[in-house]
Design a protein around this ligand. Structure first.
Ligand code: 13P
Ligand code: SF4
Length: 302
């Protein structure tokens, strides 16, 4: 089937099944193009709370589909590829949470949304890269265990000096592996370009940037900036929206292979298959939904 035929099929099935398509900025361009809502993790979580349709097709990875289900238990949430999982989402241990909980009476477990529903069940509040700093600053607890991302955690720790922020050793391989050499090479090749980065990158990379923030933050910064050229230090799916919004500006990758293999599993074929066969449904028990809902809701209320 050609792409045009697939797009027509998706449109028809969307009506038939009463479905809405949500997509993260990291999925393929053609998937972003057919989505009803495209955004960063925070925006998509907010959108998910206000869906009228019966079915949500989540073009992203498992933790995103899980969050949509937790926030909308009565809806059918479909993940077009059931193996599209984020390795970092699993990189924290419940035992460590319990150990620190026993050690610090006022411990707050702050959980990046890039985490499994199980980790969320053991957390006090969720954050995304677009609100982590504000939330950590405003919660009253002095002792904070930030899971699972060590890089976003240390980005926050650097800025919030009056709290004891305990880091965990998880990381996103797509961002963690961006090397200083690649960034310096791109800077050398594009001397007038501003370097914009995601805080899932390591500190030595973030320190080189003019701006560090979520995918939506990066797009917004580049769109509002008077500059004409940018080096982008995040998953390259963001290039699509950057170029749609800024046809007169130039965007260069800090590393041309910065691609998330799991996000890239979501293709037009998979989306059409998801709608046609109503798969793969995100299923969570009532207990998980109830317990993981509390920290997500707290984040949305902030
Ligand atoms: P944001 O959508 O919060 O920018 O997160 C990036 C990410 O890694 C999602 O997988
Ligand atoms: Fe996970 Fe990183 Fe891929 Fe986001 S980009 S889904 S954090 S592996």
């Amino acid at each position: 089937m050609t792409n045009n035929e697939l797009i027509e099929k998706i449109k028809r099935l969307k009506e038939e099944k009463d479905a809405v398509i949500l997509a993260h900025y990291y999925v393929d361009d053609e998937v972003q193009a057919i989505a009803d809502y495209v955004g960063d993790s925070f925006y998509l979580a907010k959108v998910a709370t206000n869906i009228e349709k019966k079915v949500i097709v989540f073009c992203g990875v498992m933790f995103m589909g899980e969050s949509a289900k937790i926030l909308n238990p009565e809806k059918i949430v479909l993940l077009p590829d059931e193996t599209a999982d984020c390795p970092m989402a699993h990189m924290a241990q419940i035992d460590r949470i319990k150990e620190l909980g026993a050690q610090y009476e006022d411990l707050a477990v702050v959980c990046y949304v890039n985490s499994t529903a199980e980790l969320k069940m053991h957390s006090d509040i969720c954050v995304t890269s677009s609100n982590a700093l504000e939330i950590v600053e405003s919660i009253p607890n002095k002792n904070i265990f930030f899971i699972p991302d060590q890089n976003l955690g240390s980005f926050i720790k650097d800025k919030v000096k009056d709290k004891n922020i305990i880091l965990n050793d998880g990381y996103c391989h797509v961002h963690h592996e961006l090397s200083k050499e690649s960034v310096l090479k791109a800077m050398e090749e594009h001397k007038d370009a501003a370097f914009l980065v995601h805080p899932e990158c390591r500190k030595e990379i973030v320190d080189l940037a003019e701006y560090a923030g979520s995918t939506a933050g990066i797009i917004d910064y580049a769109t509002k900036s008077d500059k004409k050229e940018f080096i982008i230090g995040t998953e390259l799916g963001v290039m699509y929206e950057l170029r749609v919004k800024n046809p007169d500006k130039k965007f260069y990758p800090a590393y041309d292979k910065q691609l998330c293999p799991n996000m890239k599993k979501i293709t037009l074929e998979r989306v059409a298959d998801a709608l046609e066969n109503m798969r793969y449904e995100v299923k969570l028990t009532e207990d998980v939904i109830e317990k993981a809902n509390a920290p997500l809701k707290r984040m949305l209320e902030y």
